[in-house]
Write a protein that binds this ligand. Structure first.
Ligand SMILES: C[S@@+](CC[C@H](N)C(=O)[O-])C[C@H]1O[C@@H](n2cnc3c(N)ncnc32)[C@H](O)[C@@H]1O
Length: 276
C-alpha cells in the first residue's frame, strides 16, 4: 500500500456532482484525507489529470452528446426499437424507458450468460423488454410484469411488432403479487427490476427465490442524481433504494455492486447482483 497521503480541501475543483459526492462521503470534515490508492473512485478522477484542473463541469447535455457519439459507432439505428418508442409516446406513456446504451447493455449482459429465461419487473412500453428478448435463443422465454393495463397493452403491441410475441409475455397486475405466484422450480437466468422504487426490497427478495445460482439481478435507478447518498434528501423512491441497500449489506445470498452512470437519462445507476 502506498503510504503517501494527499490532502484536498472539500472544494478542490471538484465541480461536477459525482466528484462532489466522492469528496463528501468518506469524511464529513472540511479537509479530506485519503491515501493514494483509496478510494479508487477518487484516484480514477486524479490519474488522467495528475494535479491539473479537472475538465469543465459537465451536465446532462454533455452526457447526452457523449451517448449519441458512442452510440453512433456501436449501436446502429433500429427501426423496430424506434417504432416501439414512437408508439409508446403516441399513446401517452411516460418517457422513462432505459436509454439506448442501457438497453444494449442489458442485451449484452443477457447474451454473456446465455440467458434462456428472463424476468422483468416494470414493462412500460416494452423497450427494455425488446432489448432483453432479442438476447434469447429460439427456445428462450421472457416474462415481464406490469401493473398498468394501458402500458401492458402497448408493450404487447410493440413486442408483437418486434417479432417477440409470444416469446416475451406480459403479465398485467401488481409486480410483487405476480412474482409471488411464479414457481421457484423454473429458475430465471436474469431478472431486471425497474418498477416502483419503494417496493425494491420486496422485488429483490422474490428475485432471489426465482433466480438460479450464478444468475444476475439488476435493479435500476438506485443513484438518483446522487440523492440516495445525500442524508438531507428523502422521498419514497430514495427510501426504497436505501431499504434495499441496508438489506444487501448483510445479505450473504448475493454479491453486489452499484454502477453509477451518466448519460442522456441523467446521473443515475444500477445495482448489479449475482446470486451465490
Ligand atoms: C421505469 S418504467 C419501466 C421501463 C422499462 N423497463 C423500460 O426501460 O422500457 C416503470 C414501469 O413500472 C410500472 N409499475 C409501477 N408500479 C408497479 C407495480 N407495483 N407492479 C408492476 N409494475 C409497476 C409502471 O407502470 C411503469 O410502466
Amino acid at each position: 500500500m502506498l503510504k503517501s497521503t494527499v490532502n484536498i480541501t472539500r472544494n478542490l475543483q471538484l465541480t461536477n456532482s459525482a466528484a462532489k459526492f466522492v469528496g463528501r462521503v468518506p469524511s464529513q470534515s472540511r479537509l479530506i484525507s485519503y491515501t493514494r490508492n483509496k478510494p479508487s473512485s477518487v484516484m480514477a478522477h486524479r490519474s488522467p489529470t495528475q494535479g491539473k484542473q479537472l475538465p469543465k463541469t459537465t451536465n446532462i447535455e454533455d452526457w447526452a452528446r457523449s451517448d449519441i457519439y458512442h452510440n453512433s459507432f456501436l449501436i446502429p439505428q433500429d427501426p423496430v426499437l424506434d417504432a416501439a418508442l414512437k408508439n409508446s409516446v403516441a399513446n401517452g406513456l411516460p418517457e422513462i424507458a432505459v436509454s439506448v446504451a442501457q438497453g444494449k447493455f442489458l442485451h449484452l449482459q443477457a447474451r454473456s450468460i446465455q440467458a434462456k429465461r428472463i424476468l422483468e419487473v416494470g414493462t412500460l412500453g416494452g423497450y427494455s423488454t425488446i432489448w432483453l428478448g432479442r438476447a434469447l435463443p429460439e427456445d428462450g422465454e421472457l416474462i415481464t410484469l406490469e401493473i398498468n393495463s394501458k402500458h401492458a397493452k402497448i408493450a404487447e403491441e410493440n413486442l408483437y411488432n418486434a417479432g417477440l410475441f409470444p416469446k416475451c409475455k406480459v403479465i398485467t397486475g401488481p409486480g410483487h403479487e405476480s412474482m409471488v405466484n411464479l414457481p421457484s422450480e423454473s429458475k430465471f437466468d436474469l431478472i431486471f427490476i425497474d418498477a416502483d422504487k419503494p417496493s425494491n426490497l420486496k422485488y429483490f427478495t422474490e428475485a432471489k427465490r426465482l433466480i438460479r445460482q450464478g444468475g444476475i439481478i439488476i435493479v435500476d435507478n438506485v443513484v438518483r442524481f446522487g440523492r440516495v447518498a445525500d442524508p438531507e434528501q428523502s422521498d419514497a423512491n430514495i427510501e426504497g433504494v436505501r431499504l434495499l441497500l441496508n438489506a444487501l449489506k448483510s445479505d450473504q445470498d448475493v454479491d453486489a455492486t452499484t454502477m453509477a452512470t451518466v448519460g442522456e437519462k441523467g446521473y443515475d445507476g444500477f445495482i448489479y447482483a449475482i446470486r451465490n
